[in-house]
Design a protein around this ligand. Sequence first.
Ligand code: ZN
Length: 152
Amino acid sequence: MKFKCEDSRLYAEIEDSIVDRIKNVYDINLFEAGGWLFGKYSKDHTTAIIESFIVLPNISKDPETNFEFGKTSKQILDEKWDEGQRILGNFHTHPNNSPEPSLIDSNQSMDFAANEKLNCPQFLLLIMGRDYSTTLHMYTTHDELRLVRDSS
Ligand SMILES: [Zn+2]
């Protein structure tokens, strides 16, 4: 599945097998589920290529409507780093809702983009909503860009 941003030369690619596995996560979770997206950038840095993900527990007090990440084990991140996989963003599901980011989602993603430890200044947020409808947004510390499906 390929996404692009119309205004700037930005692309993201996600393997269909990963989308299918996120659908599985969606199917087995009654409440919001989510996790980190990993991968790499193309050599010209215009394309984020999502190659793997990990699922994290939702620790929100209100898990039916919110997603809050549990602490990620540093070991997992170190292992991914050793495999050449860096954090590109995160994903979560909106099982009963549209895949549009909430205000909380947007603010949280901008915080992640600003987080120097994550070292991910162009932070991707993939949301899967009702009927597997999926959106992808890219965040910087101050901006939200919507990427659309690219069928070319
Ligand atoms: Zn959300």
